[in-house]
Design a protein around this ligand. Structure first.
Ligand code: ZN
Ligand code: ZN
Length: 353
């Protein structure tokens, strides 16, 4: 387990104790995947707090972490937290995950100064270690397995929602766990809506856009493929749009390497679509980091100054949407390596199945 190393890395970045309340950050640092827990990381020790439901599992977990104490509380969380931070002059709170009510309840019982912080653990999470890359590869492979089974999944399929359920089942059969978000399954004009939900649209001929993923040990996969189910039954412009989006996807992937600026990767996709005259139809950013959260740092968008480092895993997902007609998006997961990149999603990128 890499948790001890992660806590150590966090510690080296802190100028004051940090109270970790974001559950995803907590999972990253400790492996805890319950719904209620807190970790105070101090310069030489840590304390994990949770309620009685998780007492046993937390005790086993804390045993594997260095110099970490466990507090299992029944009630009066603010009072317990106040005891844990009692020696500190100030403590950092994760401003994006604590509520105003939580902060006030803590302020009422402690003299310790409460300092808002932002993105401290998240910025560590950008760089995936070997264990995390293994999970991300496995999640991507489960997505690929579902796409490879598309012919079978389409047999007797009725609606978009029906196909969405089959995709989830296929990923589960390949070792994935259902993600907290539903697959996007969109036919024809629905595919022109970038965030269409799988609904009652009939899956027959025409353009089919699939954007879906699963998790493995909490790590997400995210991929999009677009295919013409029956080439006789698609918009006359489909082939041209498909070629443009595929070239943009490949240009974006080719731009991923250590030291690359995220805004330049976005531009590498955009420039291709501009040449084809489709730039105005590319209505979202190029991609996002993916890990324990489906959307995390860094963001691959216009003018972003984020610099890619080995261990970052990002999506490259250009798309072109022609309202009322159809849309095409092709999305891959790409890991930054020491010398270049590794594409984690390996499904074919042919315009037909
Ligand atoms: Zn996606
Ligand atoms: Zn995505």
């Amino acid at each position: 387990m890499h948790h001890a190393a992660r806590i150590e890395r966090l510690r080296s970045t802190l100028d004051q104790p940090l109270l970790v309340t974001n559950l995803t950050n907590l999972r990253y640092l400790t492996g805890f995947s319950g719904s209620n827990g807190f970790l105070l990381v101090d310069s030489d020790a840590a304390t994990f707090l949770t309620d009685g439901r998780y007492g046993e599992v937390a005790a086993r977990m804390v045993d594997t972490l260095p110099a970490t104490e466990l507090v299992v509380y029944r009630d009066g969380l603010p009072r317990h937290l106040a005891q844990v931070i009692a020696g500190a002059e100030s403590v950092g709170l994760e401003s994006e995950s604590v509520t105003w009510a939580f902060m006030r309840s803590l302020r009422d019982v402690t003299e310790c100064r409460l300092i808002p912080t932002k993105g401290i653990v998240e910025s560590l999470r950008r760089v995936k270690d070997d264990e995390e890359l293994t999970m991300l590869r496995a999640a991507a492979a489960a997505g690929d397995a579902a796409f490879a089974a598309l012919d079978e999944l389409l047999v007797g399929v009725d609606t978009e929602a029906d196909l969405g359920r089959r995709l989830i089942a296929a990923m589960e059969a390949a070792g994935g766990t259902r993600a907290g978000w539903e697959p996007i399954v969109a036919v024809d004009a629905n595919a022109a809506l970038p965030h269409h939900r799988a609904g009652t649209g009939r899956v027959r001929g025409g353009v089919l856009l699939l954007d879906y993923g699963c998790t493995v040990a909490g790590y997400h996969s995210d991929m999009t493929r677009t295919v013409a189910l029956d080439s006789a039954d698609v918009d006359a412009e489909f082939d041209r749009v498909y070629t443009a989006v595929l070239e943009a996807n490949q240009a974006g992937i080719a731009a991923v390497r250590p030291g690359a600026v995220a805004g330049d990767i976005d531009e590498a996709c955009r420039i291709v679509l501009r040449e084809y005259g489709y730039e105005d139809h590319f209505v979202h950013s190029t991609g996002h980091g993916v890990g324990l959260d489906i959307h995390e740092a860094p963001s691959i968008r216009r003018n972003s100054q984020d610099v890619l480092e080995p261990g970052h895993v990002v999506t490259i997902e250009p798309g072109v949407y022609l309202p009322g007609r159809f849309g095409v998006r092709i999305e891959d997961m790409v890991a930054v390596t020491a010398t270049g990149s590794e594409v984690l999603t390996s499904s074919h990128r042919e315009p037909s199945r």
